[in-house]
Ligand binder design. Structure first.
Ligand SMILES: [Zn+2]
Length: 132
């Protein structure tokens, strides 16, 4: 567990990182009754609030199967808040991408019904002028 986040390849910034394996591991533990539902369905109130403006997917919640998962995107970078900035629109995403600084976007899936939440992907953003 957690090896994905510890691995730092040279192209760390330029490659997207998929957290599906870690997510599936958590869900497998839950299905095996090794973790309690309240331990994995613990979305912060702020994350739940952000989910109201997030992107609703057609993917059913893997825990409660009652809600569709919502994707919330947070951007992290040198001039952004330490807790990340919630990116709630495509135009905001384009603006950050054009800003020139290297940013990391973390996409989190949230279930508004049961508060299940997990990282889905990390994608690099911006920093284009450094590449030929
Ligand atoms: Zn749910």
């Amino acid at each position: 567990m957690g090896s994905e986040s510890l691995r730092r390849p040279d192209d760390d910034r330029s490659a997207a990182v998929d957290f599906r394996l870690a997510r599936n591991a958590v869900l497998a533990e839950y299905r095996a009754n090794k973790v309690m539902r309240e331990d994995i369905c613990d979305a912060h109130p702020e994350l739940l609030r952000a989910a109201k403006a997030g992107v609703v997917t057609t993917e059913e919640c893997p825990v409660c199967a009652e809600g569709d998962l919502v994707h919330v995107t947070y951007a992290f970078g040198p001039r952004l808040p330490a807790r990340g900035r919630c990116v709630d629109s495509a135009s905001e995403m384009r603006r950050l991408d054009r800003a020139g600084e290297e940013l990391s976007c973390y996409i989190v899936e949230v279930c508004p019904e049961c508060s299940w939440n997990h990282l889905v992907r990390r994608v690099p953003l911006g920093g284009r002028q450094r590449q030929p």
